[in-house]
Structure formats: structure tokens, C-alpha cells
Design a protein around this ligand. Structure first.
Ligand code: ARG
Length: 458
């Protein structure tokens, strides 16, 4: 019999029992449920609604339930519907009437909102730690291969040479923003719904500030209807997870490309690669692909909750029970992806010679040659056209800009002189890009320091 079965004369069928249950999912919230119940019991005793003896019995009884769950000695029964009723039933079986007094002045509606907020806060925090670990791995690679040059791309075409460290740091900044989003999701969850009861508050003299403080919430939600029906904090966490997964997917896409024989910029370590069951030569970047692939599900979880929430009238509706699947999954998936990406980045082998060889192809110096002319007074648009013709000449001769003779340059414009050779040197081209945030070695060094300072504080 369900704990709410008093007004019913018929039992629900086995099918509807299973259909309506959330236990297989929300048992993940057992620790939060027990913490919430302890805080509620302590507060009930303090305001005189239950005796201190009952509160003590509830406290130690809940501790025993927790130990049983953690030691695998607890049988979850789908007939209990959800984690809240599983814990309460086990408690009451253990301590009798004191356990049956626990739910005074409380509803599963404020209970589940409380548990879910505690869970979201914890998971956001776990993800922030995993985010920091990946940023460390990226920063380390940037430091180790600071001066390595690779082609920078736009439209996947060779564009201008950039530092490998600059490229790694681009991901560090994406992840820094992900960290901020996770921190914002943690803050969004940080308000206590406990004491809102079913929807309207209660007649008991509950001290909501006290339970909020015991549970580590920095404030109390001011409106009981909002308290039991708001799931914005889960949307925030889902969103933070989705954006971060999207960033990891972009990183992994590059790792996949870079480990092809066409690029050959990196080699992933054996521990982050797999072989083929038929082709003995294969070394596949499965884990990078998997991170890219899992992103789809995490984005889906965000959309799914948005659609669930849309058009829900106040206050609690059972639809809300669907809120936890996606967010539990998204948090676990992102956590695993962050860990996997950190391992891949830490152990990958960089191939600077191949990067440089590619950077020499595709006339990456062209912009700098145009700038050379512009700095000598030729309007940039005209300079652009002159260099365009030189590039065409190279294409016709199947050579690079630095294979052209000084005469070739002079024929294109009398402004060219001996010093054009330094304008063609990739190292100097990179070094010269000293705009704040640019790829010049000196400013990337500053950028690296800045990223490390932020990282040290996160
Ligand atoms: N299992 C429910 C959920 O996750 C708990 C709240 C149920 N409340 C109710 N009035 N049926 O949302």
C-alpha cells in the first residue's frame, strides 16, 4: 500500500505503479533526501512541533538508512514510487511513530524541489572541478609547445600562421566561460524551497531560515507556489552542460582531424585510441568521436526539459517528475567527457614539423606581404590586389611566395625591396601580431599568464 493510499479503495495496477514511479532515477538523490529530512526534523523539534526525542530517533534512523543504501544493504521497492517514500518507509519501519511524524508540515513537492536543488548544486560543483582539470591539461600543452606554429584556418582553408599555444588557449577561454556558466547554475540552485509544503505553506510554525541554513542554502525562496514549481535552476545546469559539451565536441573534432594522415598534427596516445577488428593498421580516435557524439544527447536533454516546462500551470504537476532524467544524465556525461578530454590532451603527441610543413603551404604570408606594401604607402586595397597577382603567379608556377625572386616581386610593385624576405618568414609573421589577444609570441605569453591566473582562482 502506498503511503498516500488512505482515500483509495483500489490499488493501482502493477503497470501504473511502475509507470508512475521515479525511483529508478531519483534514488540517485538519496543523500540529498536524507539531508533534507534531517534538517526538517531538527527544525520541527526546535519550533516544538515534534519532541527532541523524536528528532533524535529520526536523525539516527536516517543515518542507518543512509548506511544501508551505501553498503548495498537496502532493497529499493518500486512500490514506494520514489526515493522520498522509500526512505520514509524504511525509517518508519525502523523507528515507528517518530518516523511517521517526519512528514509533518512538509509535502513531497517541497521535498523533491529541495533534494533536486541540493543535487544540482553538488553536481555543478563537481563539474567545475573537472573543468579546471581539463584547463590545466590544455595550459600545460600550451606551455610545453609554446612556440610551435601551425596554419590557422578560416573556412577550413589555410589563412594565417598561428601559435599552437594560442590555439590551445582559445579552448581554455571557452572552458573558462563554461566554468562561469556552471557557477551561475550553482548559484541559481542555491535557494531553499523547503517549507513551501504542497504549494501554499503550512499552518505549522516552520522556520524556513533554519532549514535553509542547515542545508547550506544562502536564502529562502520567497513564494511557495514558485518554490515547488520552478525548475529554472535545472535548465541553467542543462544549458551549462550543453554549451560545455558543444565546446568539447569542437575540440574533439579538431583532434580527430589533426590525427588523420592528411593533417598528421598530433598522435593520440594508445590509451585513448582503439583498433579495428578487421583492419590491422587502424588506430581510431574513438574517444574523441564519442565525446562529439554524446554532445547530441546533452543538447537534447536541455530541449527536452524546456518542452516539459512550457505551458505547465502553477504549481506542482507530475510532469515535473520528468525533470531529473536529463539533468542527471547531462551532468554525468559532461563529467566523463571532461575527464576523457583531459586524458587525451595530456597524453597526445604533438608533431611540430608536420604543422610547420603545412603552414608553409597555401601562401599564409600573403596578408603580411600586402601589409608590407601598405606600410610603404600603397593603399591596402591596391596592395591586396598586387599580392593577389603574386599568389596567382605562384599557383601557375606551383610554388610558394618565398620561392619567387626579388625581380618577380619588383615586377609586381616597385615598392618591394630586399627586406621582403623577412615579411615572408612565418616566425616573424607570427611574432609581429602583437595586438592584444593576437598570436604574437609576446602577447600569447601575457595571455597564458592571464589564463593561469584565472585558473588558479577557479
Ligand atoms: N516523485 C515526485 C517527483 O519527482 C515527487 C513529488 C511527487 N508529488 C506529488 N504530489 N505526486 O516529482
Amino acid at each position: 500500500m502506498a503511503l498516500w493510499s488512505g482515500r483509495f479503495t483500489e490499488n493501482v495496477s502493477e503497470f501504473t505503479q511502475r509507470f508512475g514511479a521515479s525511483l529508478p532515477v531519483d534514488k540517485a538523490l538519496y543523500a540529498q533526501d536524507i539531508a533534507g529530512s534531517k534538517a526538517h526534523a531538527h527544525m520541527l523539534a526546535k519550533v516544538g512541533v515534534i519532541s527532541h526525542e523524536d528528532a533524535d530517533a529520526i536523525d539516527s534512523g536516517l543515518e542507518r538508512v543512509k548506511n544501508r543504501i551505501e553498503s548495498g544493504d537496502f532493497t529499493f521497492d518500486i512500490n514506494d514510487e520514489d526515493i522520498h517514500m522509500s526512505v520514509e518507509r524504511a525509517l518508519t519501519a525502523d523507528i515507528g511513530d517518530a518516523g511517521a511524524r517526519l512528514h509533518t508540515g512538509r509535502s513531497r513537492n517541497d521535498q523533491v524541489a529541495t533534494d533536486t536543488r541540493l543535487f544540482a548544486k553538488k553536481r555543478a560543483h563537481d563539474l567545475m572541478r573537472a573543468n579546471v582539470a581539463l584547463r590545466h591539461a590544455l595550459v600545460e600543452q600550451a606551455e610545453k609547445h609554446f612556440d610551435v606554429i601551425l596554419p590557422g584556418y578560416t573556412h577550413m582553408q589555410h589563412a594565417q600562421p598561428v601559435l599552437f599555444s594560442h590555439h590551445m588557449l582559445a579552448y581554455v577561454w571557452m572552458l573558462t566561460r563554461d566554468f562561469e556558466r556552471l557557477a551561475a547554475a550553482e548559484r541559481a540552485a542555491d535557494a531553499s524551497p523547503l517549507g513551501a509544503a504542497a504549494l501554499a505553506g503550512t499552518t505549522y510554525p516552520l522556520d524556513r531560515q533554519m532549514t535553509a541554513a542547515e542545508l547550506g542554502f544562502s536564502k529562502v525562496i520567497p513564494n511557495s507556489l514558485d518554490a515547488v514549481s520552478d525548475r529554472d535552476f535545472l535548465l541553467d545546469l542543462d544549458y551549462a552542460c550543453a554549451v560545455s559539451c558543444m565546446h568539447l565536441s569542437r575540440l574533439c573534432e579538431e583532434l580527430v582531424l589533426w590525427s588523420t594522415s592528411e593533417f598528421g598534427f598530433i598522435e593520440l596516445s594508445d590509451s585513448f585510441s582503439t583498433g579495428s577488428s578487421i583492419m590491422p593498421q587502424k588506430k581510431n580516435p574513438d574517444f574523441a568521436e564519442l565525446i562529439r557524439g554524446k554532445t547530441g544527447r546533452v543538447v537534447g536533454n536541455l530541449v527536452s526539459l524546456l518542452v516539459t516546462m512550457k505551458a505547465l500551470p502553477l504549481a506542482y504537476n507530475k510532469d515535473l517528475q520528468e525533470d531529473k532524467y536529463g539533468v542527471i544524465d547531462s551532468a554525468k556525461t559532461l563529467e566523463d567527457c571532461l575527464q576523457c578530454a583531459a586524458g587525451m590532451i595530456e597524453t597526445m603527441q604533438i608533431k611540430p614539423d608536420n604543422m610547420m610543413a603545412q603552414a608553409k603551404k597555401g601562401h599564409l604570408a600573403a596578408t603580411d606581404v600586402a601589409d608590407y606594401l601598405a606600410k610603404k604607402g600603397l593603399p591596402f586595397r591596391h596592395a591586396h590586389e598586387v599580392v593577389g597577382h603574386l599568389v596567382l603567379l605562384c599557383e601557375q608556377r606551383d610554388c610558394n611566395l618565398d620561392d619567387l625572386s626579388l625581380e618577380d616581386f619588383k615586377a609586381a610593385s616597385p615598392l618591394f625591396e630586399e627586406d621582403i624576405t623577412s615579411a615572408l618568414n612565418l616566425e616573424s609573421i607570427v611574432k609581429a601580431r602583437t595586438t592584444e589577444g593576437g598570436t604574437g609570441n609576446s602577447v600569447v605569453r601575457q595571455q597564458l599568464d592571464q589564463a593561469k591566473t584565472v585558473l588558479a582562482n577557479d
